[in-house]
Ligand binder design. Structure first.
Ligand SMILES: [Zn+2]
Length: 229
């Protein structure tokens, strides 16, 4: 497991509110872009090796809903395993203006806090534009993971699009320097049978299609009569 490799190199998992940039501290972040159930699978594996990390959930995605019965159940399981839940904010849904985004962040955090009945202490941005990266500003009165202290003042490594775009994390300069690193992964790339990113996405799509088929059958007898589930 990837995390074990960090621990073998002397790293310890810390959360975003409690780390030292000059120490071997690993900030484990998961952005839930596609599936909360995939996140739950990772969360259980982490729990087995004594790691707690932060999972960031989208409230306004076309791909899943944390407000659905299964979505909320999986989300609450993450919290029960001891992981932190943060907001994954899609800034593209709001006006490209600082005050509007700040208000949107506060609004979404409030909704998420009501949903999970616990404080939301940190935000990560979904596919942020360059102007939102490497800044000092807060969002909705909370820190966010692209602030300098998490992004450029420590190491940063991400598995976006299913690959390590800037080299494997163990080759990162922060590892050589024995300093802190933020590791971003997306659960969809790490669950189920190993496969390339395209195959994984296809598998995800087929799973969603099946779920939608079941939901349609439950909600509309015409679909069931059509015999397709
Ligand atoms: Zn995202």
């Amino acid at each position: 497991m990837l995390l074990t490799g960090f621990f073998e190199r002397g790293y310890a998992a810390r959360d975003f509110s409690n780390f030292d940039a000059q120490s071997q501290h690993l900030l484990v972040r998961h952005d839930i872009d596609m599936s909360i159930s995939a996140a739950h699978e990772i969360a259980s594996l982490e729990r087995d090796i004594g790691v707690t990390s932060t999972y960031f959930v989208l409230l306004r995605s076309e791909l899943y809903s944390p407000f659905s019965e299964s979505g909320r159940t999986d989300l609450m399981k993450l919290a029960e395993l001891g992981h932190e839940i943060g907001l994954h904010l899609d800034a593209s849904l709001y006006a490209d203006e600082a005050t509007a985004l700040d208000e949107a962040a506060a609004w979404e955090c409030d909704l998420l806090e009501r949903l999970i009945d616990q404080p939301v202490r940190i935000i990560s941005l979904h596919r942020p534009v360059q102007s939102l990266i490497d800044t000092e500003n807060t969002l909705g009165g909370r820190p966010h993971t692209y602030q300098r202290r998490y992004f450029s003042e420590i190491g940063y490594c991400s598995d976006s699009r299913g690959e390590w775009g800037h080299g494997h994390p163990f080759e990162h300069q922060a590892i050589t320097n024995k300093s802190a690193l933020q590791l971003l992964t997306h659960p969809i790339w790490w669950t189920g049978e190993a496969a390339n990113p395209t195959v994984r996405l296809d598998r995800f799509l087929r799973g969603r299609h099946e779920t939608l088929g079941c939901a349609l059958a439950e909600n509309c007898s015409i679909f069931e009569m059509g015999g397709k589930v």
